[in-house]
Design a protein around this ligand. Structure first.
Ligand code: GLC
Length: 425
């Protein structure tokens, strides 16, 4: 009887949602791989529950390392081997051209959903006319600052990187003198991985030093402004930022920040909701603003990030997987994710959603920031982006570690990139 009841209930719920998700032939168990940052893993069960209930399918999240670089390495191995046990991959915005051949074309399935998203984001996931992944959230970093500490010391949020360094040092010194021995001025992501490419692109671009490789494919990184940007960042290490920042990724920076031990932090919007959580030492004490510039008159640069969902060509449960991808990229899941994880939606209408604005004020505030964000050169460098980025973050990491000057390392980088490029990207 009980079983009949359960089935009957499920059948009713399923019937109600058939129009949206399509008729399930049988219940499939899907596997979804995704990096584990912030509360994403914790929230996933709640996020997918409505879809599971509506379709009768189930999905298990397979958590990956937090580093996007490590995820990429693992995904590439699985995909090259044609692994059938992973149905969906959560993919970084920069990967579309490199992984396109392994994913199902979602153009037809998403023909009504895609126009609800920002066109530039859909475009970033379209490779030779194939929609390789559906956007689930976009990303553009903020400068997080401690309102209470700035106010106490009569400072305002900095406009230039030099001002940031000065304010950070001033408050760090003053607070340490009062006994706050663990306080640091500025935390960010200095580990040798994709996150450092994001941070360093922001310094370089906001110092007028270009975008490493320009949209037309030319290699621009070996220039004086870029070198000045990297030298400025180097001067932070061991002064306003701990030496350990050279091993930090997003979560390490957030750890220092959220325990109240940093005046400033560079991080993505996911840290906003968590920073205001009940277990956070900085709850209600911080604000967000755009990243600083090199000098007055320069433009602030935020690297464009973001995540998508792709369906594996090797999945044996493609119909259910496409249904889940559509759900995760759709308005219901994006709204839940925005409220629970402070991730920026890619659906235009959600920027006018009152519930989202009330729960996570950064979201409507950040619309213009991400719309003006600087893309990494993954489009012009095509299948070679990962190599380009790895060379760039290594040159930057060497500079920050005191292993060669910025000018020397950028000169060498130019030679390496020219070699990778060959006659054409
Ligand atoms: C964030 C961004 C992603 C980027 C990564 C680097 O997750 O959304 O695009 O590659 O950070 O660490």
């Amino acid at each position: 009887m009980m079983i009949m009841k359960g089935r009957a209930l499920r059948a009713t719920a399923t019937a109600a949602m058939l129009a949206v998700f399509g008729a399930p032939v049988m219940a499939d168990e899907l596997f979804y791989v995704s990096g584990a940052v912030g509360n994403a893993v914790e929230n996933f069960k709640t996020l997918v529950k409505p879809w599971e209930e509506a379709t009768g399918h189930t999905v298990t999240l397979v958590p990956m390392p937090a580093s996007t670089t490590d995820q990429f390495g693992q995904y590439r191995l699985w995909l090259a081997a044609g692994a059938t046990d992973i149905d969906l991959y959560q993919t970084d915005v920069i990967w579309a051209p490199q992984l396109a051949e392994h994913f199902v074309d979602l153009t037809e399935a998403a023909k009504d959903l895609a126009p609800q998203h920002f066109p530039s984001i859909i475009e970033s996931q379209t490779v030779n006319g194939k929609l390789v992944a559906l956007p689930i959230f976009t990303d553009a970093p903020a400068l997080y600052y401690r309102k209470d500490l700035l106010e106490k010391h009569g400072k305002t949020p900095p406009k230039t990187w030099a001002e940031l360094a000065e304010t950070a040092k001033f408050i760090q010194d003053a607070e340490r003198a009062e006994g706050k021995a663990d306080l640091w001025g500025f935390v960010w992501q200095g580990n040798a991985y994709e996150g450092l490419t994001c941070n360093a692109l922001e310094w370089v671009k906001s110092f007028g030093g270009g975008q490493i490789v320009e949209p037309d494919g030319s290699i621009s990184i070996n220039n004086e402004n870029a070198a000045a940007a990297l030298e400025a960042a180097k001067s932070w290490v061991g002064t306003i930022s701990p030496e350990g920042v050279l091993a930090y990724q997003e979560e390490e920076a957030r750890g220092v920040w959220q325990t109240g031990n940093a005046v400033f932090m560079r991080n993505w919007p996911y840290a906003y909701g968590l920073g205001n959580g009940d277990d956070s030492a900085v709850k209600g004490l911080f604000g967000v603003t755009t990243l600083p510039v090199g000098k007055e008159g320069d433009t602030s640069a935020a690297t464009l990030g973001g995540w998508n969902v792709a369906v594996s060509k090797y999945s044996t449960k493609q119909e259910a997987a496409i249904s889940l991808a559509m759900y995760l990229a759709g308005p219901e899941a994006q709204k839940q994710r925005a409220i629970a994880e402070s991730n920026l939606p890619t659906i235009i209408a959600l920027y006018d959603d009152a519930d989202i604005a009330a729960a996570q004020p950064i979201i409507p505030q950040w619309k213009d920031v991400f719309l003006n964000a600087v893309p990494r050169p993954s489009a012009p460098t095509l299948g070679k982006y990962n190599e380009v980025s790895a060379k760039f973050w290594s040159a930057v990491h060497n500079t920050l570690s005191g292993n060669g000057s910025a000018a020397e390392n950028l000169e060498l980088l130019e030679v390496e990139l020219t070699d990778i490029k060959g006659s054409a990207w």
